[in-house]
Write a protein that binds this ligand. Sequence first.
Ligand SMILES: NC(=O)c1ccc[n+]([C@@H]2O[C@H](COP(=O)([O-])OP(=O)(O)OC[C@H]3O[C@@H](n4cnc5c(N)ncnc54)[C@H](O)[C@@H]3O)[C@@H](O)[C@H]2O)c1
Length: 311
Amino acid sequence: MALLDGKVVVITGAGRGIGREEALLMAKLGAKVVVNDLGGHFDGTGQSRSPAEEVVKDIRSAGGEAVANFESVSDFKSAKRIIECALDNFGKCNIVVNNAGILRDRMIFNMSEEDWDAVVAVHLKGTFNLARHSCSYWREQHKAGNILNGRLINTSSDSGILGNAGQSNYGSAKAAVAAMAIIVDREMHRYGVTANAIAPVARTRLTIDATPQTAASMGKVTEGQWDPFGPANVAPLVAWLGSDDAKDVHGEVFRVGMGSVWLMKGWHSVGRVTKKGTVWDAAELGGKLKEELAKGATKKESMAEVMSGGI
Ligand SMILES: NC(=O)c1ccc[n+]([C@@H]2O[C@H](COP(=O)([O-])OP(=O)(O)OC[C@H]3O[C@@H](n4cnc5c(N)ncnc54)[C@H](O)[C@@H]3O)[C@@H](O)[C@H]2O)c1
């Protein structure tokens, strides 16, 4: 029996890149797949049916089951129709992978309101939209005695969990979707649902076309050899997180790519200064904080350290 036999999965932005690989692998592992993709440019403009249709064609020609959906994740009602697409075509929905994404990089002092809103709408609002509609469905089904083992997998980014200059819109949204996985997990665990987040690293158009500096650090693909930055390296983690075997893995954030999966730990206290019985003098507090910070416990890992394989 394959890992995902009998499962129905919705993957947003599955027409290209990481989502495409997730769709191909999960179909190969027995899942029926809703391949959602708006099919636009990497900055979110335009749309096309062909990316999602091509992936569905590939899945079907390999003997799998899939259906295409072209709705935008960023609209609340459209997102509901993405979940309904699974129910209408395959009778249920077990797994939702929030993967759709766009980029509009600018330094904060040049960031336009449009560039902020467009990126937040796809990554943060879009992730909320799919989470909202799938979780209300899973809760209703659970109350009716239909245990679906719901799985929510949000796609975060190093940009959100480590920080990356030029991406205040994208990184803020990506930090939020990691937090959302932890929060939704706490709310939904009683209904048999798990929520986790991944922060992938892969060679896709978001790295090749939108951030050439990142692409340069990934080197070249050598024909016939394993590509450490290939998006296929991300898919096994997502497939496993979607499976029944992963029922006890929840509220986690994983970084994934280059053949590794990193277990990430978010905000947690690493030092403390305390004064009781009276309010701190501001200058005295500053001095104590500088002493504490000098110990280095809050040093942040940089994306460059990660990309060089150093961590
Ligand atoms: N490539 C990386 O190294 C990397 C790193 C960190 C995070 N990510 C995240 O991984 C996810 C996949 O990105 P990718 O690198 O495969 O890029 P990609 O551009 O190849 O794929 C993203 C897909 O999302 C689709 N999409 C965009 N807006 C949409 C919308 N409103 N509704 C439905 N579909 C929409 C696009 O059409 C595209 O096919 C994104 O969330 C991205 O932010 C990627």
